[in-house]
Design a protein around this ligand. Structure first.
Ligand code: ADP
Length: 201
């Protein structure tokens, strides 16, 4: 990859906070490219070595190792650059689920310049658990079906992911109340990003 970095907004928060819903809503904006690391992993061929390795972690609620995660992310973005789906001089990346550990913060630094962190906060863990169980009934997410796995992901979030915020300047972090209707959350995110992401199309 060339040396120039992408501008990036991080969509940040625990499992079930609504990152996926909000990311999908914002992904339609012309100069945004939404990249959800979980989606990138789930799109891998399940029979491939990396696809199998991903499942061996995710089905237990564990994170994929950092080097492998960033390698998969980099290959994905490089393919997008190559076929013209993303341009550094135009797009702002909306990153969901990466970086997710302090080590990933360091590994991502050569590639992205973080201009804002949208931190979706749901104070009540029970709300998160109910949301994830509800999602399990709808989609192809084996990691949502089992409450033990959900609780493990919440624990891993507190232990490994919450400290990611410490790796960035506090002025970058916008706390958004994510225990509101999806429209209200979207309104608050849009209000925040309209002040820091270029609207040029
Ligand atoms: P959730 O936010 O609900 O946990 P995701 O779709 O973001 O769901 O991620 C699903 C799984 O993919 C995670 O539990 C983890 O195993 C793996 N994963 C996603 N992003 C990362 C990452 N940045 N580093 C390591 N593993 C990841």
């Amino acid at each position: 990859m060339a040396n120039a970095r992408f501008n990036a907004v991080l969509l940040f928060g625990g499992p079930g906070c609504g990152k996926g819903t909000q990311g999908a809503a914002l992904a339609g904006l012309p100069n945004i490219r939404h990249l959800a690391m979980g989606d990138i992993f789930r799109a891998l061929d399940k029979q491939s070595d990396i696809g199998r390795e991903f499942l061996s972690y995710s089905t237990k609620g564990l994170l994929v190792p950092d080097e492998l995660t960033v390698r998969v992310w980099k290959a994905h973005i490089e393919a997008m650059v190559k076929d013209g789906r993303v341009r550094r001089d135009y797009h702002t990346l909306l990153l969901d689920g990466i970086p997710r550990t302090t080590q990933q913060v360091g590994l991502m630094k050569p590639h992205v310049d973080v201009v804002k962190i949208v931190y979706l906060v749901v104070p009540d863990q029970n709300v998160l658990i109910q949301r994830l169980k509800g999602r399990a009934l709808k989609g192809n997410r084996p990691d949502d079906a089992d409450e033990k796995v959900i609780r493990e992901r919440l624990r891993v979030y507190d232990e490994s992911t919450a400290p990611v915020l410490d790796g960035y300047d506090k002025s970058l972090v916008a706390r958004i109340n994510a225990d509101q209707s999806p429209f209200a959350v979207l309104r608050d995110i849009a209000d925040c990003l309209s002040r820091c992401v270029s609207g040029d199309i």
